[in-house]
Write a protein that binds this ligand. Structure first.
Ligand SMILES: Cc1cc2nc3c(=O)[nH]c(=O)nc-3n(C[C@H](O)[C@H](O)[C@H](O)COP(=O)(O)OP(=O)(O)OC[C@H]3O[C@@H](n4cnc5c(N)ncnc54)[C@H](O)[C@@H]3O)c2cc1C
Length: 369
């Protein structure tokens, strides 16, 4: 074996993983599965303990998934187990609303009957999606996945050959690439010197699940009210998830109300088209802001998901500002592209049949772009 080939192999041996992913929310695990399916060794490090989100108790948090996202989950082998828990979205109605009057008469109407795919998207509860991701990470795949929950990435040092990722328990993971999937306040981005810009929308989203008297027929509603949009998104059965954006002052006052008084404020906005409504679970609130990293990649570092960009959760149809309809679209377009590029490049980079020349030519920036 010639010297160059030996050196290339030695360089490979110093890496414990091909990719370390900081952040095990939604995007980190999904990327890990895609990379492992491509045969790569991946470590996912998440600050939150796994059991914090692995509960199967209904808590009302749910995602609107575009067809692109659903196809992606199918490609990862997850959709088969999730389909029965997902609520198809058959129609979307977006209308101007008035407090006290519900939806206005004029609305935009999207009907799944008009598209070949047969569905506009799906609603899926967080408890099902997250547990499916966790479960899949524990299964054998072409590559391997190490999942470290309850552990924080605290440092990163890059050099020409890779990145050393320090964890709060003193472990150092060595990889060729560090992916920041660590959310809006991404420490990976900060440590890589990637600045971000953004602003508050001056709104807080009030999130809850409601039981209602009448069937929703798979229709997602988006009411544009004067103080912010109210999304009413269908869940299985006579149940819907609401994402109700209010100005910060209004939202704080509403949050402070007991459940019945909360519903009294909601009812005139919601309207009566679903009959009587009641809370089906706890209420959540999220301050809303736009955030955008100046760059999605730096030397040996890439950002995905909210670490790269975060937008208004309008109707769970983040679309509205990014792609076409649902908010996961931008992410779901983005990270498979990164994954595909990394793995394609990686395969050619790792190919030592040309004496490691390809490997030397590959910089991270080239992988990502
Ligand atoms: C009200 C609301 C409604 C929404 N509705 C929808 C919807 O309908 N459809 C949809 O697609 N999206 C929706 N979204 C957006 C969606 O929730 C986010 O885009 C998505 O959760 C981002 O996932 P992520 O994995 O990128 O980041 P996160 O979910 O923020 O995960 C980041 C993870 O990184 C971990 N972490 C942070 N720092 C470190 C560190 N140093 N070391 C290790 N781990 C770390 C955190 O513990 C966390 O687990 C909504 C958002 C809001 C606020």
């Amino acid at each position: 074996m010639d010297n160059r080939r030996v050196k290339a192999i030695l360089r490979g041996m110093e890496h414990e993983f091909d990719v370390v992913i900081a952040g095990g929310g939604l995007n980190g695990p999904a990327l890990a599965l895609a990379l492992a399916d491509a045969g790569l060794g991946v470590a996912v490090v998440d600050a939150r303990p796994a059991d914090l989100r692995a509960s199967d108790a209904f808590d009302g948090r749910a995602y609107a998934l575009a067809l692109a996202s659903q196809r992606l989950l199918a490609a990862l082998g997850l959709w088969g187990g999730l389909a029965a828990q997902a609520q198809p979205i058959n129609q979307v109605r977006a209308s101007q609303g008035h407090a006290g009057e519900g939806a206005g008469h004029f609305h935009l109407h999207f009907d799944s009957a008009e598209i070949e795919e047969g569905r506009l998207g799906y609603m899926l509860e967080d408890r099902f999606l997250y547990r499916a991701l966790l479960g899949a990470m524990a299964l054998p795949r072409a590559g391997r996945i190490l999942h470290r929950a309850g552990t924080v990435v605290v440092s990163q040092t890059t050099d020409a050959r890779g990145v050393s990722v320090g964890l709060n328990d003193g472990t150092v993971l060595r990889a060729r690439l560090l992916v920041g999937a660590d959310g809006r306040g991404s420490g990976v981005a900060t440590r890589a010197g990637i600045k971000r810009r953004g602003h508050s929308y001056g709104q807080i989203a009030l999130v809850a699940a409601l039981d209602h008297e009448l069937p929703h027929n798979g229709i997602a509603q988006q009411l544009f009210l004067p103080s912010g949009p109210l999304a009413i998104l269908p869940l299985p059965g006579n149940r819907s998830s609401i994402v109700w954006s209010e100005t910060e002052d209004h939202a704080r006052a509403i949050l402070a109300l007991p459940d019945e008084a909360f519903l009294d404020v909601l009812r005139p906005r919601f309207g009566d088209f679903l009959g009587a409504i009641s809370l089906a679970g706890p209420r959540f609130s999220y301050p809303l802001g736009m955030t955008l990293a100046d760059h999605y990649a730096a030397e040996r570092v890439a950002l995905i998901g909210d670490a790269a960009h975060g937008v208004h959760p309008i109707a769970g149809q983040g679309s509205t500002s990014d792609c076409a309809m649902w908010r996961l679209w931008p992410r779901c377009w983005f990270w498979p592209i990164v994954a595909a590029r990394i793995s394609a490049r990686w395969r050619s980079c790792a190919d030592t049949s040309n004496g490691g020349a390809a490997m030397r030519r590959c910089s991270l920036t080239a992988w990502i772009r």
